[in-house]
Design a protein around this ligand. Sequence first.
Ligand SMILES: Cc1cc2nc3c(=O)[nH]c(=O)nc-3n(C[C@H](O)[C@H](O)[C@H](O)COP(=O)(O)OP(=O)(O)OC[C@H]3O[C@@H](n4cnc5c(N)ncnc54)[C@H](O)[C@@H]3O)c2cc1C
Length: 464
Amino acid sequence: MADIAVIGGGAAGAAAFGELLARFDGGTIHWIVGQHAPGRGVAYATSDDQHLLNVRASAMGVFQEHAEDFIQHASRHLGQVKGTDFLPRRVFGDFIQAQVGVRIDAARRAGRSFRIHPGSAREIVSRGERGYAIRVGADRWLEVEHVVLAVGALSQRPLRTVSTTALAGGAYELDPWRLDRHPQAPRRVVVIGTGLTAVDTLLSAAVKWPYAELVAVSRHGLLPFTHSALPLAPYAKQEELNQALLACDDAAAMFRLVRRAMDDAGDTDWRSIIDGMRPTNARLWQHLTHARRKQFLRHARWVWEAARHRMAPATGEAIYQLQEEGRLQVLAARVLDVDGKAPLQVTLRERATQLVSVLEADLVVQATGLDTAVAYGAHDLLSQLLRDGLAVADPLQLGVLAQPDGQLTDANGKPQHGLHAVGSLLRGNLWECTAMPEIRAAAHRLAVRLSRPAAETVRESLAD
Ligand SMILES: Cc1cc2nc3c(=O)[nH]c(=O)nc-3n(C[C@H](O)[C@H](O)[C@H](O)COP(=O)(O)OP(=O)(O)OC[C@H]3O[C@@H](n4cnc5c(N)ncnc54)[C@H](O)[C@@H]3O)c2cc1C
C-alpha cells in the first residue's frame, strides 16, 4: 500500500489532509499534527477577537470544494455576516476544525484509512524506491511512499543585535502571541517590526496594558496599508498589465509598469491593481534570476509587503486611533542593540537623521514576520533533512528548493520523489504562497496529483 503522511497541524496541513481524505484511497493517510490543536497553527490559534482576518470572508476557505462556506459557518456563530466582512481569525480556526471534521466523518463512511498522530515528526529517512520512514515522537516509525511537509515558518530567532543578557532577563519576548507570559504591566513596550504580526501585537498590548506607551520600530517605519471597506472595481487593463509584467525579467521594470498603471488608472484604486496581480505573482517571481530576487528583497520587499498584505479596515482604524491618542509611536529606525535586564536598553539609529538614541523598555517584543531561513533555524526535522541531503535550503533563505509543483529538490538538483511541501517552505519557489487562497489551491492540486493512479502520472510525464 502507498501510504501518505502530512506533517504539520496548521491550516496548510489541514487543507492537505482534508483534500487527501476526499480522494486518496491508495493506502493510509497519516496526519502528524505536532503539539497544538490541529487545524489552527500559528495564525488561527489566537483567542483575541481584535485579531482579524486580512482577507474578506468570501475569499476564505480551507478546501476547494466545501460542504459549507465560511460565511454560512460564521453567520451561525456570530449572527448575519457579509462576504465583504473581515472576521476574527479565531472564527476561521473554528471553521477549519469543523470542515476537517466533516471530511473525517465522510472518510469513515467511505471506509478510507487514516490516522491522526499527536506529537511531532522528528526524523525522515529515505528508503529508496520504497519511500520514507518517519519517526514520530521518541520511537514510533511510519513507513510511507509520500510525505507532505506543511510545517509552516520557523520559530523566531533572536535578532543578532540582542545581547545574551537581554535574552536571559525575561523582558525580551520572541513569541509575539505570548504576551500572557508577562503579567506585570510595562510602562513602555517596544515592538520590533511594523507588519501584520506587529499590528496584532500592538492591539493586544494596548488592551492588556491601557497605560503602557507603545513604540513600533522597523527600518522604514511603514505600517501595512488598509483594505477598502467594500470591494473595489477591478482595473480595466489588468490583463494587459499582467501580460506586460510577465514579459519582464527585472523587478525594477515590473515596478515601473505597476507605477505607470497606477498613474494611468484614473478613478481605479491602486489596491485593485496590486490585487489583480495575484494570479501572476508566482510566475513573476519565477521569471527573476537569483540576483534580481535579491535586489527585490533588499529594495522593494518592505513596500510590497505593506501594499500586498494589508490590514482590515477596523484594524487600521484602531491603530490610527492609538497614534492619534499619542499612545503609539511608529519609528523608522534600525535597532543597533538591545541590552540590559529590566528595563531593557534599545539603541536605535533613526533613518531620516541617522541620529542614535537609546529607549528604555520594560518589554521588547520581536515581531519581525515569517522566518523561513531553514539553514539557520532550530527546527530539528528540517535541519535533519538538510543534513541528510533530502532537502536543500533556498539560497535566499526563503525555505527549501523545490520544483514548481512543490516537489522538493535534492542535493544533486534532482526532484526528490515522494517529498513535497505546501505553504511557507516554498517561498523561494513561489514567493506569494502563504495566504489561505494560495495554500488551499496548492493543497488541492497536490492531493489530486497524489491520488491519481500511477499509470496516469507516467503517461502525463511522458507527454511532457
Ligand atoms: C498572524 C497571521 C495572520 C494571518 N492571517 C491571514 C488571513 O487573514 N488570511 C489569509 O489568507 N492568510 C493569513 N495568514 C497566512 C496563512 O493563512 C497562514 O500563515 C497559514 O495559516 C499558514 O499555515 P501553515 O500550516 O503553513 O503554518 P503554521 O500555522 O505555522 O502551522 C504549522 C504547524 O506545523 C507544526 N509543525 C512544525 N514542525 C512539525 C513537525 N516536525 N511535526 C509535526 N508538526 C510540526 C507546527 O507546530 C504548526 O502547528 C496569516 C498568517 C499569520 C502568521
